[in-house]
Design a protein around this ligand. Structure first.
Ligand code: BES
Ligand code: ZN
Length: 587
């Protein structure tokens, strides 16, 4: 027997699920799914155990495909993995059926009260399964090594709509309930299983995409994402045909803990990128790029997460370069380098988490999450590209996507293919130091552009309105980062007087500014930070803002008080992250 994924009880000698039938009734009152899952095996099973991953599921029974009960044991839960469900299979079994309900605190689900939505009248439910939360919704082999196709039926209140990262088939209304039918024809790793339920309407964006949102947001969302067709076309030029039929977008409630999630056929996006000026659409490019890097070629487990995110950041910047030019792509690379250096500094006591290939037995992937796999992964690929040239690297990328499409791979699979396609290149860039060493190797390329040089030339001084004229969001972020530290109260006040940064409605600029202003003791920043903390649940913003308040003795108690006030509205994963920030700061 072998457990090939440290985050799953899956044993590679046991039957493999390749298809799933799932029926669930969404009970907003109880915050539970009443569900039945049927797992179909690739081949008839030998007699013996089947180990499934579960978390906080209440089991109603386990059956064979004819309805006969099967013996099972639900083992005590492990804090990271959840509980192993061990089923005794008769020889020749083609599948199993499990009746169960989810817990109100299911880690993949957030149940929102009407007050937490834009409309304020209807509840909302969404899933977020990456990395290992699918098991809190469905008992299954929750490892990306095993891909499944599925059919699903969701029974919801008839006033609401259900959407899934799958093809929609039909809706049947009976009384005050509606059943929505879906089918996922492309095989996916379980972390890409996704759905949402709420008061949703949609607008067409192009022949293969539409955007879903709450009614009051849908026009703004349609405007923000109007160029998605062009983006798909640019990505296909770069990476080959789009294999998922549709690229729809779901605009999430503000508590969505991520910027975006690449759920196939239905990307989930935070509403914080709807700024009115399309300045944050690189997030769309990123999630779209995952259609190739991540969804088509997936990491075999979380220890190789850099294959998903590093390749995707690389692909995202290629798309951005086509649409907005080299300068803009370079600014994003510079921002990425800054966030990588911050992550490496944050992990100074756990340098092993700054390797690309990690060892995560016993470690929760949510705890290990950082910008390292994203930006160090990006830099390794950029270094390789610099070594072999653009054309050769583009050919390699095509070969990689072709060789591993609809597969789940490890770092060694990447290294093997790279050596075959680009002989000697890995040694030339000292790839071993990148893959298995800590920190950022010295041969990392440095992004260059005229706009970066302009910021460097300011030397950390307070910019004049003439100097800052025409800056885009990335330039503002890079400039704020460059302002000489520590920032005095006078300097912060002068910056705000000149540029009205506290009033910015771009969350990227606003959050960087507020963190800087709080560190300078600039009082007007504090109520504005509290306002953001009460409105938004995206971890990228919660973390620096809570840190900024908690670091200053004068506002430490307010950090804790804000968290107590707002935490009921945060996603469980975000709550855990903020709790960590506050306790480390002694707040
Ligand atoms: N797949 C990730 C989000 C994720 C990672 C969820 C790990 C759960 C566990 C998604 O593609 C992502 O990287 N989102 C970024 C977008 C950014 C890099 C443009 C985010 O949320 O910030
Ligand atoms: Zn990503």
């Amino acid at each position: 027997m072998a457990r090939l994924d440290p985050h799953s009880y899956n044993d590679d000698t046991q039957p493999q699920t390749d298809a799933l039938d799932w029926q669930a009734r969404v009970d907003f009152g109880a915050k539970r799914l009443e569900a039945e899952a049927t797992l179909h095996f690739r081949a008839p099973a030998p007699k013996g155990p089947l180990d499934l991953d579960t978390r906080d599921l209440e089991l109603g029974g386990v059956f064979d495909l004819t309805g006969g009960p099967l013996p099972f044991v639900l083992h005590p839960p492990d804090p990271v993995l959840g509980a192993r469900l061990e089923i005794a299979l008769p020889a020749g079994a083609r599948g199993v059926r499990i009746r169960y309900r989810t817990a109100p605190q299911a880690s993949a689900l957030q149940w929102l009260d009407p007050g937490q939505t834009a409309g304020g009248k209807e509840p909302f439910l969404f899933s977020q399964c990456q990395a290992i939360h699918a098991r809190s919704v469905i008992p299954l082999q929750d490892t990306p090594r095993l891909r499944i196709r599925y059919q699903a039926q969701l029974k919801v209140p008839a006033r609401l709509k259900a959407v899934m990262a799958a093809a929609w088939l039909k809706r049947e209304v009976a009384g005050d309930e509606a059943t929505e039918h879906f089918q996922m024809p492309q095989p996916i790793p379980p972390y890409l299983f996704a759905f949402a339920v709420g008061e949703l309407v949609s607008r067409e964006l192009g022949p293969r995409s539409r955007v879903y949102a709450e009614p009051s947001l849908v026009e703004a969302a349609a405007h923000e994402f109007a160029q998605v067709d062009q983006m798909i076309a640019a990505a296909e030029q770069l990476f080959g045909p789009y294999d998922w039929d549709r690229f729809d977008i779901l605009t999430m409630p503000p508590s969505f803990p991520y910027g975006g999630m690449e759920n196939p056929r239905l990307t989930f996006l935070t509403p914080t990128i709807i700024t009115g000026d399309r300045s944050l659409v690189n997030v769309v490019a990123h999630e779209l790029a995952h259609s190739w890097t991540g969804n088509l070629v997936s990491n075999a487990n979380a220890e190789h997460f850099w294959l998903n995110e590093g390749f995707t950041v690389f692909a995202e910047r290629r798309i951005l370069e086509v649409l907005e030019g080299k300068e803009v792509a370079a600014l994003h690379a510079a921002l990425g380098r800054r966030s990588l250096d911050e992550a490496v500094a944050r992990f100074s006591q756990q340098p092993e988490l700054t390797r690309l290939r990690t060892t995560l037995a016993g470690i929760d992937p949510d705890e290990a999450y950082s910008q390292v796999p994203y930006e160090k992964g990006y830099l390794l690929l950029a270094t390789l590209e610099e070594a072999v040239g653009r054309e050769a690297f583009a050919r390699f990328l095509r070969a990689y996507l072709g060789a591993f499409r609809f597969q789940s791979i490890t770092t060694d699979d990447f290294l093997g293919l790279c050596e075959r396609e680009l002989p000697g290149a890995l040694a030339r860039v000292d790839a071993a130091a990148w893959i298995d060493g800590p920190g950022v190797p010295a041969n990392a390329p440095v992004a260059r552009s005229a706009r970066l040089e302009q910021i460097d030339q300011l030397g950390g001084a307070i910019a004049t309105p003439a100097q800052a004229a025409g800056w885009n969001v990335a330039q503002w972020q890079l400039y704020l980062d460059s302002v000489t530290r520590p920032v005095s109260l006078e300097a912060a006040a002068e910056l705000d007087a000149r540029f009205h940064l506290t009033a910015s409605n771009n969350p990227e600029v606003l959050v960087d500014w507020l963190a800087l202003a709080a560190s300078a003791g600039y009082a007007p920043a504090v109520p504005r930070i509290e306002e953001v903390l009460g409105k938004v649940g995206r971890m990228k913003y919660l973390r620096p803002l809570y840190e900024a308040l908690a670091k200053q003795p004068a506002t430490r108690a307010r950090a804790r008080a804000a968290f107590e006030r707002f935490k009921a509205g945060y996603h469980p994963i975000a709550r855990q992250v903020v709790e960590g920030v506050l306790s480390r700061a002694g707040a």
